[in-house]
Design a protein around this ligand. Sequence first.
Ligand SMILES: [Zn+2]
Length: 302
Amino acid sequence: MPELPEVETIARGVDSHVRGDRIAEVWFASYRKLFKSPAARQARGLTGRAILAVHRTGKHIVCELSAGGGSMHSHASRKDKNAASVGHPSSCMEELGGKPEAQWIVHLGMTGRLLVTTPEAPLAPHTHARLSLSSGMELRFVDPRRFGRLEFRDLSRGPGFSAAGAEPLTVTAAEFARLFHGRQTSIKAALLNQKLLTGVGNIYADESLFHAGIRPRRSCARLSGAELERLRLALVEVLKDAIRLGGSSVSDYVDADGARGLFQMEHCVYRRTGLPCRCCQTPIRRIVLAGRGTHYCPQCQR
Ligand SMILES: [Zn+2]
């Protein structure tokens, strides 16, 4: 399952390709569960809007969109496809500084991928969405296991998307301490709780606990303020490293260009059961906590 660094990597990759482009035409497959708002309404809502920016919020990819409607996107029909494809992204540059008026929100689920391709690129099996852009490129959503979700929000009718938990890269020390302090669960379970922090999954929970020197089984309630702060700093470091390296590639994850991430090279404990700790050579141990395989060094983590 893609975690925060993978989602961040994909969002950045997509942003660099489609920012300033315009959605000329939308095609959706018929698998209904993928659509948080009806597919026909999403297609209507998306068509003709400029993509102002693409970014990550929690584990969701959010495309910020310009106002739709009006004559500026009258080319958004199949008949005028040639006219649409000569349109240059810069034709909507004047809108780029404007406030978003709608959002398209993509959750990748277990196996979802958001790809920027040419229209001629072979269609992967399980392609559920194709957004033809004015530049001639295509934004595609592919999801074999179909746990992903697509949502359209018209910001004149309701609020923009926000994640349930705090953002781990920007949460303050005080807020972080407040979230975890006094909880009766293990710190590993708390790290995975998306209502506390958003976007931290199994890999980065294990890795950050290793770097903080904290055993995953320990109760939040028994961690000192200094330990919690060490954990916060370790988590930020681990996530930033992973983003820098383009995310992990242990799952089905591929970034927007189809390149595989490299972060798996750097794991210290995750899926290294029985292998020597990179710090002290003690074999890495695996237990099950909160229903998840959990990896730690019995010597380095206390
Ligand atoms: Zn060790």
